[in-house]
Design a protein around this ligand. Sequence first.
Ligand SMILES: Cc1ncc(COP(=O)(O)O)c(C=O)c1O
Length: 398
Amino acid sequence: MNVELRDVEQARSLLDQVVEETPLAHSRWLSTRAQVPVFLKCENLQRTGSFKIRGAYVRISRLSAAERSRGVVAASAGNHAQGVALAAQLLACKATIVMPDGAALPKVQATRGYGAQIEFAGAGVTEALLRAQEIAEQTGAVLIHPFDHEDVLVGQGTVGLEILEQLPDVGTIVVPLGGGGLAAGIALLRERRPDVRVVGVQAEDAAAYPGSLAQGRPVRGTMGPTMADGIAVAQPGLIPFEVIADRLDEVVTVSEESMSQALIGLLERAKMLVEPSGAAGVAALLERPEAFAGPVVSVLSGGNIDALVLLDVIRHGLAAAGRFMHLRVRFSDRPGALVRLLTDLAAMGVNVVDVAHDRSADSLGVREVEVAVEVATRGPEHRDEVREHLTSLGHQLM
Ligand SMILES: Cc1ncc(COP(=O)(O)O)c(C=O)c1O
């Protein structure tokens, strides 16, 4: 293995005047659930809104003057783009970022705001990466990989050093895991503190690490759709994989439901705005509150979330928590039928959020209507009660 904790310490002195030492916030909400003290390492409050500035800055600052004069290029839909753009600006180096067509507008604007030149290419990061490689070959610009480079890895690892200083008796660090730069960098602290457990967290529909660890080498995993775009990486990086195979204690996976509930919990209870990937560690705590030796630190790795995505995630999370329900009710088109439904809902203490009336669906008979009602409920039991009670009152739920 070519990287050691010493390298992380050197990276830390490079970053001294550049990155924020982000707060480590105690969470009463999660501590009560897990029955051990739980702390949040708030990299969502880092410059650029994620930890990515750490690795990007270390990598670019170590380029030779000749390399730096040719500029850097990177492919990313979000956090890495912003990290590279700001790091390059601080180091007076030209940056070109290739973003997929349709990348979220706030991320495009933020990246441009740090002075990077932006090009759009392809539907996803894989195609954008091909274009970035082409630019690197044509112009001599240095390609800044998001995770598969020693300098990036040790830069991200400085998060671990801060945690050790802020909470010397930490028992477990729970880290969102994509290509592996962040988790590998943090896991290097086990060289000095083998007693600290480090656990990586992936989204269950897009988890390449468990299969790769089982085979002993990075292999492609299946990538299903996930809201956690930052940790959905098809294949682990070779350099982080080696460190992770050697030093990480465990990789766990979490469901989309847990991530959306973690995100809502962090908003409501901890007053923290976090993106889905950044909430993966808290999702793992919600799924297995008793599984981790305390004190636990959950790394909130990023807070860059598009307001439109936030709306969707909140809706999803509230539905998963039984606090929001979508009902489709069919009735014959008689005056008063809708009023009766709404009155019955009101009698059960259900707040109606939205109503849509549909007479044109192909499946409807003549003089039949369907009403889609979105309601706020008080939890899973109340939600089930509402459905049962409406059925017992003769409403035809679809
Ligand atoms: C918010 C967030 N968390 C975690 C990760 C995963 O980092 P890594 O690829 O180093 O494992 C990313 C990567 O983009 C990210 O944006």
